[in-house]
Ligand binder design. Sequence first.
Ligand code: ZN
Ligand code: ZN
Length: 356
Amino acid sequence: MKYQCAHRWAFKSWGGELELSEDALPSVIGHEVTLRVTHCGMCHSDLHIQAGGFDMGGGRLSSLERAGSKLPVTLGHEIVGEVVEIGPEVTSVRLGETVIVYPWIGCGECPTCLRGDEHLCVRAARNMGLQVPGGYADVVRVAHARYLVPVGTLEPARAATFACAGITALSAIRKLPAVTADDWVAVIGCGGVGMTAVALLSTTAPAKIVAIDPDPTKREAALRHGACAAYDPNQPDAFKVIGKACSGNIAGAIDFVGAESSSSLAVSLVRRAGQVIIVGLFGGEFRMALPMFALKSLSISGSYVGSLPDLRELVALAQRVTLPEIPLDRRPLNSVNQALDDLSHGRVVGRVILQP
Ligand SMILES: [Zn+2]
Ligand SMILES: [Zn+2]
């Protein structure tokens, strides 16, 4: 069936509400594919994108507009849909198939893209849900069939969250140093992404995991998903207590919060020659005494979403091992503004999945 237009929920000014618009959809050409969106996850990044930037600390905000993003923006980068139209050169997906979209699309031509890291493209990103219309719509157009991964036996609503939350967890744990069964890894922030990291680590790495989160229910869940210990970062002398419990042998710490307090805790916790990986985008700034880099032989890196091969690997892995079932909060697409408001006020448990 040919779709001649897309009904998209887009904001037309930074910080503005999403409004429904009807946009003409040109015919598919080449390797393009049209999907009927069945599920689209809502991510915290959507709030930052809608606001127009990130908190860079000291009252400064980054600007997506200055970085070249144009209005209007149709949000939504955790998309699952049914293939309804394929270009003449498409051979890898069939009509009627349910697929996950890899949304972090680069220029496809720069050395970074050619290396397979399109999410880190240095030239002209075409991320769906920011530069290119995303999944808060009835249909989406995908530039090339190679960005589509069949859901297989996975539940589609859950599979949608793999496109951002899932690969973010996988890509972050890949940046850890080689660990043994005597080593510890700290996971700071056990929301959806952090909890997925705990589960992936427990099935793929020999190290012991210490989960760190102020919420006791999240700490309990982390213990069920393979953490050996769990602590509240706000307890008195948290870093001493946690350090002692882990015999001072924390080889790596992944900060899924990305706040000033969580990143400094991560740096204090790791042993000499340890690795800190900052993933969360809560915001603020990071200060550290410069001699500590040398004295501790410390490595600090960031990690941003993941690659297309990461998504393919995660989808395969999830069909072999049991990953944590992050609670899903299913809502109709036309309540998107309410859902964004609820997310920004902490009134969402788990992941919102919008369904057109
Ligand atoms: Zn996201
Ligand atoms: Zn590129």
